[in-house]
Design a protein around this ligand. Structure first.
Ligand SMILES: [Zn+2]
Length: 376
């Protein structure tokens, strides 16, 4: 057994705490505890279903009290699955110090393989309720004139007490049906609120009467958020993903084009899907893309192609090119009457302005007539 010496946490902050170190030589003789409490916290991901590869988070903690090389007693604890590793380890130490506090032994060592928890306990500003409780337990033991020391013990090196605590913690994690500690961390509450918000968002998104084109590309809001944040989207991409842009179908709907038909065939509507999947104008580029990504470009596969980080850049490059070509072609078509009115509203004089112009013309005509009469 090669545990490291550890300063009792925060009992006397005027004494600088020692850094954990491995015991050597005469130190080994000092470390001959009559009573040792091995505490162990366990977090494990277990595969619950071979088909769906669903993993379950199982947690447990245990204590094993040893005297003169034999186990005197042991305790196992079930904890809420949402507990963090920090909570698990602190809870194990909390129960160990509580056990020592309720005992009558004069000198007890607590051994844990969680170095981070022992280090954290040395922080006087640590305000976690479990950390406070551990410090109170230790202070109580010290006030009674007894001694309690905490050591870091390297895990899985064959120490009998630690191996026993490890085994007990596994049993607790797998078999416990009740929770000895169920105070969930704030991060868990935040996660649950976020999950609920996303679920409502997904419901609204899936049942909305608008955004049908976007839903075909991005059916899941979480995925949509990730893709739109990570991909470098151009204006042409936004036109494709929303269905709002320079394609004939959209321009015709808003009376900005006389016909929704595509240049390639007067019987086919120039929709988002036609441009990406069917239009013969982009056949060569489409075939190049399909060869490059080894994927058939069909409507039902677009969401998977976009979700694939390896193939997404190739698809976005292709779609940017074809939509820019389609939009440029539609922008060169002569504007309809409505489009003219939309873009040049000031070219048509208002009624009031028209009356003023007529008055001015009449005034000028009268003035010309008067001048002529004078000249005559
Ligand atoms: Zn076409």
């Amino acid at each position: 057994m090669t545990p490291a010496r550890y300063q009792p946490p925060c009992l006397d902050m005027s004494v600088p705490p020692h850094l954990p170190r491995l015991l050597q030589g005469s130190d080994v003789l000092v470390f001959r505890p009559q009573c040792s409490v091995y505490c162990k916290a366990l977090l494990h991901w277990s595969k619950a279903d071979d088909v769906t590869v669903l993993t379950l988070r199982i947690v447990g903690a245990a204590l094993s009290w040893w005297e003169d090389g034999k186990e005197k007693l042991s305790e196992t604890f079930g904890l809420h699955p949402s507990c963090t590793v920090f909570q698990l380890e602190l809870y194990a130490l909390h129960r160990a110090t509580r056990l020592v506090s309720s005992s009558t032994d004069n000198k007890v060592n607590i051994l844990s393989d969680s170095r981070s928890s022992l280090d954290l306990l040395r922080n006087p500003k640590l305000s976690h309720p479990l950390a406070r409780s551990i410090k109170e337990n230790i202070a109580r033991v010290v006030c009674e004139g007894r001694e309690i020391k905490m050591f870091w013990l390297r895990a899985h090196i064959g120490t009998a007490g630690n191996e026993r605590a490890d085994e007990l913690a596994k049993t607790a994690a797998l078999q416990s049906t009740s929770h000895d500690y169920d105070k969930v961390p704030l991060s868990y509450v935040r996660k649950k609120i976020r999950e609920e918000s996303v679920r409502k968002w997904q419901d609204r998104y899936a049942t909305s009467s608008t955004g049908a084109v976007t839903r075909k590309f991005l059916p899941d809001v979480n995925q949509a958020y990730r893709i739109t944040r990570s991909a470098k989207l151009t204006p042409a991409h936004v036109q494709m993903l929303t269905g709002h842009g320079g394609m004939g179908e959209y321009l015709y709907r808003f009376k900005l084009k006389e016909s929704p038909k595509c240049e390639c065939d007067p019987n086919i509507i120039e929709s988002v899907w036609h441009i990406i999947l069917d239009c013969p104008r982009f056949l060569a580029a489409r075939q190049d893309l399909e060869t490059l990504i080894d994927w058939n470009l069909v409507e039902s596969e677009l969401k998977d192609i976009l979700a694939d980080t390896k193939h997404r850049p190739h698809f976005l490059s292709y779609s940017d090119r074809v939509f820019r070509v389609a939009a440029r072609r539609n922008s060169t078509i002569a504007p309809t009457r409505n489009q003219y009115q939309y873009f040049k509203p000031q070219s048509q004089p208002s009624q009031h302005h028209h009356k003023q112009l007529l008055k001015k013309q009449q005034h000028i005509s009268c003035w010309i007539v008067e001048k002529k009469e004078k000249l005559d």
